[in-house]
Design a protein around this ligand. Structure first.
Ligand SMILES: [Zn+2]
Length: 406
């Protein structure tokens, strides 16, 4: 794909956040390209999903944009001697607030002068958007800075005790021990805070307890923070971050409800993940993978669907005498010529593989191997053969009596 590197190059260079409309336009153009300007039969968001979740891992431009922006945020965190010169420029804009603290401050810092810096604001906007996508919390955590933090206010001003800062108390985790707010005596022993600072101690304790729920594991950073800060080397940094966003999507984007209703299957997430995995593990041939993928997603147009679209006057199957609505299960399985074809296919495969291959729709259509007993080495050849059988059915979609194997 030629376009993605070009867009990525712009994403990495330009410190501006494209509007939602811009991404929608890009997605719309991508969809038109994928479906050759025809109506899409699988949504772009489904195609962008990970393969076990029912997608084809098509590029998600928003995720690439966020990944590119967040690579700069990692520079804020992992400062070292090789830090680029722009880091010092951004730090100068932020004055007393450390760049490494910015990701752990609330969104109300938009009112601060340093947020007017376009590079700082675009990185922070990407960071907050990434939290939305990964359903991570921006609540105060162990890495939240104590001082100049709008989350912790005293008399409507962010609290700041300079002498405490000089003694090394800078972040929330300095004020907690075993998930409990530190005692005043421990604070004195550990940091050398003066005994005359008890009032400040009580003020700080009150402020923090009003902001966080001490019954939970308050020191836990957000999922995104924990995962993103594990990335310590610049190698493949964009793809590592992109993967983080992709993996945050856990729902299955398949017409599972329709299949479960048609085949009387109980809802089972793991079952569908395995069905999806089988599509791509059975063969490296992308044409066959696509046939199976399209089957699972039920994208083929049946007479029933055409009737609903107002294109034909009846939804009754015209290719058999059952008088049944030509829905997806009928067209791919129970229609008389199709079922005869499947019986021939499974009987032939039983002879070839030397074991019983049942004429079952969950096996033949979905590629579910859990209810048959065959040697593992036969799994992929069986799934490939069944996919080729489906290819024959789709090739003879309008004249199903022509389905046969020679
Ligand atoms: Zn029929």
């Amino acid at each position: 794909m030629k376009t993605l590197p070009q867009i990525n190059y712009l994403f990495s260079l330009l410190p501006i956040t494209p509007t939602d409309n811009w991404f929608q336009t890009l997605n719309s153009l991508t969809t038109q390209f994928y479906w050759k300007n025809k109506k899409s039969r699988i949504s772009l968001s489904t195609l962008q999903n990970s393969k076990p979740q029912g997608g084809l891992e098509a590029p998600n431009f928003l995720y690439y944009f966020l990944s590119n922006q967040l690579q700069y945020l990692l520079k804020w965190i992992h400062t070292d001697q090789s830090s680029p010169p722009w880091l010092q420029i951004e730090q100068n804009h932020c004055k007393t607030t450390s760049l490494s603290d910015l990701p752990f401050l609330p969104q109300s810092i938009k009112k601060q002068d340093y947020y007017n810096n376009i590079t700082v604001s675009s990185t922070l906007t990407a960071w907050w958007k990434a939290h939305e996508i990964t359903k991570s919390s921006l609540a105060p955590c162990r890495l939240s800075p104590m001082w100049h933090n709008p989350d912790f206010q005293l008399y409507n001003t962010p609290v700041y005790f300079p002498s405490w800062q000089h003694k090394g108390i800078t972040h929330l985790h300095h004020l907690f021990e075993n998930n409990q707010f530190i005692s005043f005596n421990t604070l004195i022993q550990k940091y050398g805070v003066g005994r005359d600072q008890f009032l400040q101690y009580q003020q700080l304790k009150s402020i923090i307890k009003s902001k966080i729920n001490t019954s939970n594991n308050i020191l836990q950073s957000s999922y995104l923070s924990e995962e993103i800060f594990k990335i310590t080397t610049p190698k493949k940094i964009i793809s590592k971050m992109y993967k983080l966003f992709s993996l945050s999507e856990t729902s299955i984007t398949l017409p599972t409800t329709k299949w479960e209703k048609d085949l009387a299957l109980p809802p089972n997430l793991d079952f569908w993940i395995q069905i999806n995995k089988n599509i791509f593990s059975m063969t490296t041939n992308t044409n066959l993978q696509l046939i199976q993928y399209k089957t699972i997603h039920r994208i083929h147009i049946t007479q029933g669907k055409m009737f609903k679209m107002g294109l034909i006057s009846t939804d009754i199957c015209s290719q058999c005498t059952l008088g049944h609505t030509d829905d997806y299960l009928h067209a791919t399985w129970s229609c008389q010529p199709v079922l005869s074809f499947w019986i021939t296919v499974t009987e032939t495969l039983s002879c070839i593989l030397g074991c019983r291959i049942p004429a079952s729709p969950t096996l033949c259509l979905l590629g579910d191997l859990t209810h048959i007993t065959i040697p593992t080495k036969h799994n992929n050849p069986l799934l490939i053969s069944l996919t080729i059988a489906k290819k024959i059915i789709f090739q003879n979609w309008k004249s199903k009596h022509s389905c046969h194997i020679t």
